[in-house]
Design a protein around this ligand. Sequence first.
Ligand SMILES: Cc1cc2nc3c(=O)[nH]c(=O)nc-3n(C[C@H](O)[C@H](O)[C@H](O)COP(=O)(O)OP(=O)(O)OC[C@H]3O[C@@H](n4cnc5c(N)ncnc54)[C@H](O)[C@@H]3O)c2cc1C
Ligand code: SF4
Length: 327
Amino acid sequence: MRPFRYHRPTDVADAVAVLAAEPQAAYLAGGTNLVDLMKLGVQRPDVLVDVNRLPLDAVEELPDGGLRIGATVRNSDLAVHPTVRRDYPVLTRALLAAASGQLRNMATTGGNLLQRTRCPYFQDTGKACNKRDPGSGCAALHGENRDLAVLDWSEQCVATHPSDLAVALAALDAVVEVHDTDGARDVPMVDLHRSPGAHPERETTLARGALITAVRLPALPAARRSTYLKARDRASFAFAAGSVAAVLDLDGDVIRDVRLAYGALAHRPWRAYRAEQELRGQPFSPELAARAADAELAEARPLSDNGFKLPLTRSITVRVLSELAAS
Ligand SMILES: Cc1cc2nc3c(=O)[nH]c(=O)nc-3n(C[C@H](O)[C@H](O)[C@H](O)COP(=O)(O)OP(=O)(O)OC[C@H]3O[C@@H](n4cnc5c(N)ncnc54)[C@H](O)[C@@H]3O)c2cc1C
Ligand code: SF4
């Protein structure tokens, strides 16, 4: 048993100040990822700063028609929020595709975005892992890599980001509200996570100790026609082998606008700008959707065991866009 201290901050500034003063402190939200990693010895915080009592648990409609989701809103509450279900069904579907009912009751918006990779070598302290122990190597590169990245990986790390919610938020052009020692700022969701490059231990663009306080969704009428499809080994309680979040706006059969993001392909949720470019302004057809997915994946570099992710991604893209076009 490794001792650690517990701190319940009085407000956001107090929380940020403790993280700034204590290099080994960590925020505790639902604990569904952090506590598991502490038990495995992967994370070893000296102080847990419990954010659960901070006033960050509201979902508010914004005057411009958007929505602000507090960082401690539970995944299960967000999934069934009436405005989310009506205006952003892609979010409800992504949330309900994740984990289990019990986990979603605990898991929070902020914690979900900052959950760590499920790479099996990261979770095994007996194995080389540059993310857990910089400079030690990457056991996954020539090891068991079926669930790992095909896009944008580096020789230092081939891990994927596991969150379903993050993929939907990337497609929706969400903005993450953050507090750090310099004050409050906004970070576009697509810029929150980093590529692994030479420093896979740096997973986000946030300053150390930054606290996510909320996520803002823009008003996006087209998102009423949106969905999320997750391919996985079991029908529930499994991380994605591949996933796609999509928003489709049609004028007759012509694609006026489209937003696509992929999960399980890279170190970060993957916004598919290249595929969107292929699709915009064209009459929809399943063949076009397949070509768009192929264009997005043109620079993919599958590892020894995960080449299946390319045809899988193409086929879930075709299915999701065809369903949305027919709806
Ligand atoms: C068996 C199992 C299956 C799962 N399946 C899925 C799945 O299919 N899809 C999926 O998306 N997820 C899945 N998960 C992961 C689960 O969704 C995450 O564990 C959960 O969302 C994390 O949220 P939390 O509030 O519990 O975070 P915590 O565990 O409390 O924290 C996670 C990380 O975020 C940091 N953090 C928390 N809140 C903040 C904040 N406000 N600001 C800054 N940093 C913060 C913590 O310090 C920690 O590093 C699964 C988990 C388990 C155990
Ligand atoms: S892929 Fe990344 S997380 Fe997995 S062992 Fe390699 S460095 Fe570690």
